[in-house]
Ligand binder design. Structure first.
Ligand code: NAD
Ligand code: UDX
Length: 480
């Protein structure tokens, strides 16, 4: 039986390995992690991450050919194929801080593999890493190899959260990069045989190592660029009376552009886009390509602009101050169908409103109060560096309350900010909500999920990203 061990039981390692185990009953899969609580949760009835369909997959294979363990060295030494799916955060200090990828976790994983391996291994980069990382990893692994053969492959993951299981069952493509040597190509074929259990062969692409590594950064940069493009248009729509939904529909009808990923929003979030683009920018700078670096940097700049533009719109609409006003924040996760809050635009928006002394009441169906308070107290990029967790600031705690009910969150509020496109926000009883709020009652829809006309009929003043403005909002000072 082929044995797979995966280092890192996170959003990628957990679901990816669960699907491999489900689709490959002839393979034993063990997912290991340095965090005990995470492994305990994977072995319990409450998995550490919320992802539609994941529970069923895990329940079908756990204890048969899928295992979760903290006994890292044992399972690494027994494995034929080792996936490394550890976090690769943005560096917060030193050279390249704020841009470069911090490969501390990856490097320590590689050193440990080199130390405990007693037989030949295929080591698979599953984490998103800077192009040429495989070369560095190879050096670490082969430095003390004692005759053991290590083959490094790059097999970046393209799943999106909220649809991870669907994406893993039916991937647009699986990408495997390897050395162009006979041993390298043999390793590529071994990994290809794993995916061929359920992915059609013509969708399994094989490339050289550097193309595979760079394709992952490029794919995320292209995706994020589409969102920044439509968000840039949303500002112009508001200024001119055009409607961003109509514009993106018309633009997306061009088959060369396509309709997906053109929804204007308060900004993209998630653990990948910003981190991977900053990483790309840094690599371009290091390779003497400042023009290319600046080109991609704009994608992040527009995203930051969109978030601060939203905060400015809220404040300016409410008579230029939100001090001591209750603002209900509906949704905190970075997108629907996940409890993940990493780089969620809700953090920046809440911090902006808190800066203006608002009182915030937050409701998200999947995010706990602890998580929200931690997120609001953390410095930029610290979320992916568990050791740097900052203590909570008492001021922030007092100004923020978290509830498990949208009606409670909106009671007595002056305004509502919709930060996540949860389906349930479309069907709330907005008449009831309006009656319980201070007047004039505002809705700022950062995801274009509510029916703005219906809300206006109820009496709300409604702002929707990129849509023609209410008379009220038009009369307020221009938003920078
Ligand atoms: P995560 O933080 O959820 O999981 C990483 C896990 O690795 C953590 O549980 C951590 O404890 C563990 N870990 C760290 N060092 C370890 C070590 N030496 N040995 C064993 N375990 C170790 O991160 P994630 O979201 O799963 O992302 C992992 C990688 O995949 C990142 O490079 C990310 O960019 C990439 N990626 C993420 C997504 C996504 O949607 N989250 C999608 C594609 C690619
Ligand atoms: C992304 C990539 O899609 C995935 O391929 C990669 O493996 C990891 O990074 P993820 O971050 O999980 O996945 O979710 P995604 O669906 O890409 O959404 C990212 C952010 O963009 C979310 O905040 C989402 O709300 C926002 N978004 C997405 C928009 O604002 N508009 C859109 O049209 C699409």
């Amino acid at each position: 039986m082929v044995k797979i061990c995966c280092l890192g039981a996170g959003y990628v390692g957990g679901p990816t390995m669960a699907v491999i185990a489900l689709k490959c009953p002839d393979i034993q899969v063990v997912v290991v992690d340095i965090t005990k609580s995470r492994i305990d949760a994977w072995n319990s009835d409450t998995l550490p991450i919320y992802e539609p369909g994941l529970d069923e997959v895990v329940k079908q294979c756990r204890g048969k050919n899928l295992f979760f363990s903290n006994d890292i060295e044992k399972h690494v030494s027994e494995a034929d194929i080792i996936f490394v799916s550890v976090n690769t955060p943005t560096k917060t200090r030193g050279l390249g801080a704020g841009k470069a990828a911090d490969l501390t976790y990856w490097e320590s994983a590689a050193r440990m593999i080199a130390d405990v391996a007693k037989s030949d291994k295929i080591v698979v980069e599953k984490s998103t890493v800077p192009v040429k990382t495989a070369e560095a990893i190879e050096k670490i692994l082969t430095h003390n190899s004692n005759g053991i053969n290590f083959q490094i492959l790059s097999n970046p993951e393209f799943l999106a959260e909220g649809t991870a299981i669907q994406d893993l069952f039916n991937p647009d493509r699986v990408l495997i990069g390897g050395r162009e040597t006979p041993e390298g190509q043999k390793a590529v074929q071994t990994l290809k045989a794993v995916y061929a259990h359920w992915v059609p062969e013509d969708q399994i692409l094989t490339t050289n190592l550097w193309s595979a590594e760079l394709s992952k950064l490029a794919a995320n940069a292209f995706l994020a660029q589409r969102i920044s493009s439509v968000n840039a248009m949303s500002a112009l729509c508001e200024a001119t009376g055009a409607n961003v939904s109509e514009v993106s529909y018309a633009v997306g009808k061009d088959s060369r552009i396509g309709p997906k990923f053109l929804n204007a929003s308060v900004g993209f979030g998630g653990s990948c886009f910003q981190k991977d683009i900053l990483n790309l920018v840094y690599i371009c700078e290091c390779n003497g390509l400042p023009e290319v670096a600046n080109y991609w940097k704009q994608v992040i700049k527009i995203n930051d602009y969109q978030k601060s533009r939203f905060v400015n719109r809220v404040v300016s609409s409410m008579f230029n101050t939100v001090a001591n006003k209750k603002i209900a924040v509906l949704g905190f996760a970075f997108k629907k169908d996940t409890g993940d809050t990493r780089e969620t635009p809700a953090i920046d928006v809440c911090k902006g409103l808190l800066g203006d002394k608002a009182k915030i009441s937050i409701y998200d169906p999947q995010v706990t109060e602890d998580q929200i308070q931690r997120d609001l107290a953390m410095n930029k990029f610290d979320w992916d560096h568990p050791v740097h967790l900052q203590p909570m600031s008492p001021t922030t705690t007092k100004q923020v309350s978290v509830t498990w009910d949208a009606y409670e969150a909106t009671k007595d509020a002056h305004g509502i900010c919709i930060m996540t496109e949860w389906d349930e926000f479309k069907t709330l009883d907005y008449k009831k909500i309006y009656n319980s709020m201070q007047k004039p009652a505002f809705v700022f829809d950062g995801r274009n999920v509510v029916d703005s006309e219906k809300l206006r009929e109820i009496g709300f003043i409604v702002y929707s990203i990129g849509k023609p403005l209410d008379g009220w909002l038009k009369d307020m000072p221009a938003v920078a």
